[in-house]
Design a protein around this ligand. Structure first.
Ligand SMILES: *Cc1c(COP(=O)(O)O)cnc(C)c1O
Length: 247
């Protein structure tokens, strides 16, 4: 793909060099947060959130060794998958409508945002058609925000229990989006609470359910999330720059 000079870049669009620098910076911060909290620096997987961003940004990140990308919109996953396919690994991280499961079931390796039993049942149905087992995370509204999707903390383990009976769906852990805040420290308590629930899920010993992925931490708060035990961070703006939604 041809590189654009600075004058040709769209609003908020970063050059490939800046994207590569950002990636390095984020990886370094994750490693240092691991070190501070006595964790293995390799313990955290970086999911680069590329929603609304063009293919060339994803390709710039891929050149710098980034393989895993998170997307929120079904249509965008379909388009990007068509162009890059298996060269990258795709995760669905955004709210998923039941009638759209069929479009992504064969394209993503993990759905972070399972927020109802009805959605899990739909995933079961579509995964069975493809003869695959779909890995999922349960989205938890850990701060109890009115406006957020997700299971409450109390609903989460019973939900995992029910989903464990679905042969083509495998719960791998938990995900949350903490409240938007200017001070990441205010989210520490939420990350700590989700880690507790995650450990309880693991200790519950439910057949067909594992607690090995704890997806928490975004651009504004991932260092705190890592200190509190995240095994996967979903970072968009910190890598690709601000998003334009008015296209
Ligand atoms: C957009 C999004 C992210 C990334 O957010 P940034 O603040 O840009 O890092 C992470 N998780 C979910 C669910 C998102 O929708």
């Amino acid at each position: 793909m041809e590189e654009k000079n600075a004058a040709e870049l769209e609003e908020n669009e970063l050059t490939p060099e800046v994207i590569v620098e950002n990636l390095k910076d984020v990886r370094g911060k994750i490693e240092r947060a691991c070190a501070r909290s006595g964790r293995d620096p390799q313990a955290v997987i970086l999911c680069a959130v590329s929603k609304t961003k063009p293919l060339r940004d994803i390709e710039a990140a891929m050149k710098a060794g980034q393989h895993l990308f998170g997307e929120n919109y079904v249509q965008e996953i379909r388009e990007k998958y068509e162009q890059l396919g298996e060269a990258a690994e795709w995760h669905m991280i955004g709210h998923l409508q039941r009638n759209k499961v069929k479009y992504i079931i064969d394209k993503v390796s993990l759905i972070h945002s399972v927020d109802s039993l009805a959605l899990a049942s739909q995933i079961e149905k579509e995964a069975a058609k493809h003869d695959k087992i779909m890995d999922i995370l349960l989205e938890v509204n850990i701060a109890g925000e009115e406006s957020k999707w997700g299971f409450t903390a109390q609903e989460t383990i019973p939900a995992a229990q029910k989903i464990s009976e679905m042969p083509h769906v495998r719960v791998r852990g938990l995900m949350t989006s903490a409240p938007i805040t200017d001070d990441p420290e205010t989210n520490r308590v939420h990350f700590r609470n989700l880690k507790k629930l995650f450990d309880q899920l693991g200790a519950a010993g439910i057949k067909n359910v594992s607690a090995d992925i704890l997806s928490m931490g975004m651009t504004g708060d991932y260092e705190v999330a890592v200190e509190e035990g995240a095994t996967m961070c979903r970072i968009g703006t910190g890598i690709f720059g601000a998003r334009n939604y008015h296209k």
